[in-house]
Design a protein around this ligand. Structure first.
Ligand SMILES: Cc1cc2nc3c(=O)[nH]c(=O)nc-3n(C[C@H](O)[C@H](O)[C@H](O)COP(=O)(O)OP(=O)(O)OC[C@H]3O[C@@H](n4cnc5c(N)ncnc54)[C@H](O)[C@@H]3O)c2cc1C
Ligand SMILES: *[C@@H]1O[C@H](CO)[C@@H](O)[C@H](O)[C@H]1NC(C)=O
Ligand SMILES: *[C@@H]1O[C@H](CO)[C@@H](O)[C@H](O)[C@H]1NC(C)=O
Ligand SMILES: *[C@@H]1O[C@H](CO)[C@@H](O)[C@H](O)[C@H]1NC(C)=O
Ligand SMILES: *[C@@H]1O[C@H](CO)[C@@H](O)[C@H](O)[C@H]1NC(C)=O
Ligand SMILES: *[C@@H]1O[C@H](CO)[C@@H](O)[C@H](O)[C@H]1NC(C)=O
Length: 608
């Protein structure tokens, strides 16, 4: 009896310590007029990195975040797709352009973005890809080439699994940085290896490391995962004891504008904390890291942006900067679904997780086990579709039109939806996808009999350009997001070409053997697939459009910002988040966002 009690007590202490060592900083209640050296707005990929680095350098820093701590489900890798539409997601709706998202309610795509410590790194798929070196060399702003940026990627990388990569990878990695990165636990799903085999049968090289010499081929991606749990920037930067000692974090605190004096010097920010509207001041600098959407919104609310637009919503113009909110590019995909495993029992673990959500805390504690895998999502293929030969059914090393085969324009991504899962989780599915009832019913019906393999080609180099505007001068209103997806017909061409590759994959032997077939949704207004294959897929792409949540460019360096991330026309104000990149890189975007956070801290400390 007694020893059992002691054992329980020991376990509790051990657990408390384990929790403590990873626990996030507590929140502070702000006083009106309070002063700091620096104020960073947004605790996401870039903001957490920037604030932590400044705090580690001994500065007095306030980090302002609209959301709170991520919940415990966020830690579970296999639950990543349950987070969209949760209280940790801004879940914006895009403004329709009648050319995309046509199967979503109101022709509005659902546009996810993290709202909690860690920002989108607390709700994303944790995939670690940096992009192609040309993504950076093409920026053509001094100090922003790949060789200028690489040190900042390396500065934070804490790769655990270097020994599993070839020796040629060594110069591209760091093993001791604060963001732990590694392979996800192996998936038990047999489609994991079948997918890889199918790509190889189509001539895709086996690429062990897309963050090294070449980006092209089929790969098993590394992830922001450590000890079987998500490695968000909240965990990697803000939970550090040395950071927690000095950094002040204001949670559930929304920034509503930058305080700019008559001489155009940023003095602080206005925020809403709870029901209190207060001002806090920065003696040295304000850094906006509220993300591609949030930062553009805050700048415009503060009178920094296109003059005509600001006037139209009744905001006094401080600095006319037409680039604010302009030139937004984002990755999109047509959601392509294949039917597999007819009538078979459950393979994936998500359904079991969904039915045992009450035990989430139990699951989180285990560092191994099925919930630490990300299913099929770490299998990915990068290619330039202009180097794919449809006659020979092979990815080649040379193109027909002179395009660079080492420069991918597609990333194929995967997921697996267990039989009956769509019906079981219909409200969540509808909210997170935004698909109309008719589409959800069709998918749900097919999913009664079959599991669904998601095989979707992401356009890595979209031509369509969108923008962000204010809907009103109310700082708590949602901004108007016009992504303008598929405005450029070339993007539809690329989608249709990429779906043809997926079709050929279905006919490869690992797939043919198992009678896999693509789900041809019956979409009102589209020709039938038998009647007009090309027309069907063009129409399908415009209906089943899905964003990858990588929007970029609304506060680009070289236009809104100078090379040191300072906002033109205002002193002591910088921007550091994904919006600073002029164009979306050919990769998932957390890695570069964190690098931009590291970068701004370096600039600020150098200029101090
Ligand atoms: C569902 C999803 C899946 C993704 N999957 C991947 C992936 O697998 N791999 C990958 O590399 N990338 C992925 N991404 C993209 C990646 O996470 C983001 O590009 C990256 O986090 C952007 O960094 P950021 O610093 O610009 O903004 P964020 O990380 O979004 O941080 C912005 C922060 O600012 C806060 N904020 C906004 N407005 C205000 C305000 N007014 N006041 C106070 N705070 C505010 C937000 O709440 C948020 O915490 C995914 C994104 C999503 C949404
Ligand atoms: C889209 O179509 C609707 C209904 O036909 C119309 O009211 C709206 O103006 C159109 N929007 C655009 C951007 O063309
Ligand atoms: C690797 O990370 C450590 C932090 O632990 C850092 O000090 C070092 O500079 C990094 N190495 C490189 C090459 O950036
Ligand atoms: C958008 O980008 C294009 C091409 O880089 C550039 O010419 C244009 O000036 C930008 N628009 C704004 C408003 O900054
Ligand atoms: C998961 O990964 C960890 C660390 O790499 C390992 O110790 C554990 O055995 C793995 N568990 C499973 C189920 O694969
Ligand atoms: C493609 O060509 C490059 C350069 O000639 C070479 O390094 C690479 O190994 C080739 N890849 C394949 C898959 O043949």
């Amino acid at each position: 009896m007694r020893s059992a009690a002691v054992l329980t007590a020991c376990l509790l202490v051990w657990e408390a310590q384990a929790l403590l060592s990873d626990s996030l900083p507590g929140g502070v209640l702000l006083k009106d007029g309070e002063r700091f050296e620096y104020i960073v707005v947004g605790a996401g990929a870039a903001g957490a990195a920037a604030a932590a680095r400044l705090a580690l350098a001994g500065a007095q820093v306030l980090l302002v975040e609209a959301g709170g701590d991520p919940n415990s489900i966020s830690e579970i890798p296999s639950a990543a797709r349950l987070l969209r539409g949760s209280e940790m997601d801004w879940l914006y709706k895009t403004i329709p352009n009648n050319m995309s998202c046509l199967s979503s309610e109101g022709h509005q795509c659902r546009f996810s973005s993290g709202k909690c410590l860690g920002g989108s790194t607390s709700i994303n798929y944790m995939l670690y890809t940096r992009g192609n070196r040309l993504d950076f060399d093409d920026i053509r702003v001094p100090g922003w080439s790949w060789s200028d940026l690489q040190p900042y990627f390396l500065k934070y990388e804490g790769l655990r699994d270097l020994d599993l990569l070839p020796p040629s990878s060594i110069p591209y990695h760091n093993t001791t940085g604060t963001m732990r990165i590694g392979f996800f636990n192996a998936s038990q799903n047999p489609w994991h290896s079948r997918l890889i085999k199918a790509f190889k049968s189509l001539g895709f090289p086996d690429n062990p490391d897309v963050n090294a010499e070449s980006q092209v081929g089929v790969t098993q991606l590394l992830g922001y995962v450590y000890g079987g749990k998500r490695m968000s920037t909240a965990r990697g930067y803000l939970a550090r004891e040395d950071v927690k000692k000095t950094l002040k974090v204001a949670k559930y605190t929304r920034c509503t504008g930058v305080i700019i004096d008559k001489r155009n010097i940023a003095r602080g920010v206005t925020v809403v904390q709870g029901l209190r509207k207060i001002k806090v001041f920065a003696r040295r600098e304000v850094i906006l890291s509220a993300g591609t959407i949030g930062t553009a919104q805050i700048l415009m609310l503060s009178g920094i942006g296109p003059a005509d637009h600001l006037q139209s919503v009744g905001i006094c113009v401080k600095v006319n900067l037409p680039g604010v909110g302009a030139n937004m590019t984002d990755h999109i995909l047509p959601l392509v679904l294949a039917l597999v495993d007819k009538g078979e029992s459950i393979k994936d673990d998500l359904l079991r997780l969904a039915t045992r959500a009450g035990q989430a805390a139990e699951l989180v504690k285990s560092e191994s086990g099925p919930f630490t895998s990300i299913g099929l999502t770490d299998v990915s293929a990068f290619l330039n579709s202009h180097c794919y030969d449809f006659e020979r059914r092979k990815l080649l090393n040379e193109s027909f039109d002179g395009s660079n085969c080492e420069l991918p324009n597609l990333q194929i991504i995967h997921d697996y939806i267990d039989r009956k899962l769509v019906a079981a989780a219909k409200p969540v599915f509808m909210q997170a996808t935004g698909f109309n009832k008719d589409i959800v019913e069709q998918i749900s019906l097919a999913n009664k009999e079959f599991a669904i393999l998601v095989i979707s080609p992401v356009l890595l180099y979209p031509y369509s350009v969108g923008h962000v505007r204010l809907d009103s001068s109310d700082p708590l209103a949602s901004p108007a997001i016009f992504p303008n997806y598929l405005d450029d017909e070339k993007d539809v061409d690329d989608m249709v070409r990429s779906i043809r590759i997926v079709e050929q994959m279905m006919e490869s032997s690992p797939f043919r053997k198992r009678h896999v077939r693509i789900l041809h949704l019956d979409i009102r207004g589209c020709p039938s697939v038998d009647e007009d294959r090309e027309g069907y897929w063009r129409c399908y792409s415009r209906h089943m459009t899905f964003p990858a949540y990588h929007a970029t460019g609304t506060t680009r360096v070289g236009s809104v910002l100078d090379a040191r991330l300072r906002v033109h026309g205002v002193r002591r104000l910088r921007v550091a988040d994904l919006g600073a990149l002029p164009r979306v890189p050919r990769a998932n975007t957390a890695a570069v966002s964190v690098a931009i956070g590291e970068r701004v801290a370096h600039f600020v400390l150098e200029d101090r």
